[in-house]
Design a protein around this ligand. Structure first.
Ligand code: 9WO
Length: 252
């Protein structure tokens, strides 16, 4: 809304892809779409095909050394990313989505959200000619150890994660700091309950039904810690008093 000057709040991203239409569902999705319409976010596209060679705008060729599949040619990728970068101020970040990248964390998302612009390069086929990466020197980011059919879904993950950190995107009553991996905590989330009180004989923890906000906060924190210890002990490593901290109560 008006209280945030656009230069501070708009994350402007340019996606370089052969398939810009794949992003339509994300851009039209309720939270993301509303933020775009309200001018809190901006997502543009550079269609790689535009930079293809010849009448057929060819962007791929067979791999030197043989093997199955095709490789995205260096020049179309270089030109497309240069065109994307030209739309952003100095200091914009270029991210190539690939399984060879550094695995995305919430800390990386928070850092990307402060960039003056993001260029997201989506590969296809077996990958991009290595010389394009050598010339462009993008940051290589993975969203996890699996192979997709292209970088587009991974780029959407980055866009969504960055977008929801922008002031006003989630709505004013919510703070991303309260979510899993939030600023303050770095813990998994606590359990949630809503009406009705009885679901197939299963009730709601008594503490949540009283109005004792201190007790509720303490219970939620204990639950978050217990879950993190049980499911993701790696997240607790290096925290003060972590390995031998007493286990919290299981859900009532
Ligand atoms: C294909 C392949 C086949 C056999 C063995 C290893 C292989 N790796 C790939 C591959 O990386 N293909 C990519 C398809 C080329 C670049 C775009 N593509 C992609 C990106 N697939 N998965 C991602 C991705 C991006 C970010 N985080 C997770 C996956």
């Amino acid at each position: 809304m008006g209280e945030y000057p656009p230069s501070v709040t708009v994350v402007h991203s340019t996606v370089v892809t052969l398939f810009p239409d794949l992003f339509r569902p994300l851009l039209e999705q309720s939270v993301f779409g509303r933020a775009v319409r309200r001018g809190l976010l901006r997502v543009d596209f550079v269609d790689l095909r535009t930079f293809g060679e010849g009448r057929h705008r060819v962007v791929d060729d067979r791999p030197f050394g043989g093997g199955p599949g095709m490789v995205l040619m260096a020049e179309p990728v270089i030109r497309a990313v240069e065109a994307a970068r030209a739309r952003h101020p100095r200091g914009c970040r270029t991210v190539y989505l690939s399984p060879q990248g550094r695995t995305l964390t919430q800390a990386m998302v928070r850092d990307l959200a402060t960039a003056p612009g993001l260029v997201l390069l989506c590969g296809r086929y077996e990958g991009v000619d290595e010389r394009a990466l050598e010339v462009l020197r993008p940051e290589e980011v993975s969203i996890g150890d699996y192979v997709l059919s292209g970088g587009e879904l991974a780029a959407m993950v980055v866009l969504d994660a960055v977008a929801r950190l922008r002031p006003g995107v989630l709505g004013d009553e919510r703070s991303p700091a309260e979510d899993s991996f939030g600023e303050g905590e770095g813990l998994l989330d606590h359990p949630h309950y809503t009406r009705p009180l009885d679901v197939r004989g299963i009730g709601v923890p008594e503490v949540l039904r009283g109005g004792n906000h201190g007790a509720i906060a303490a219970w939620r924190r204990a639950q978050a810690l217990a879950r993190t210890r049980a499911r993701r002990p790696d997240l607790l490593r290096g925290r003060p008093g972590s390995p031998d901290a007493p286990a919290a109560a299981p859900p009532a």
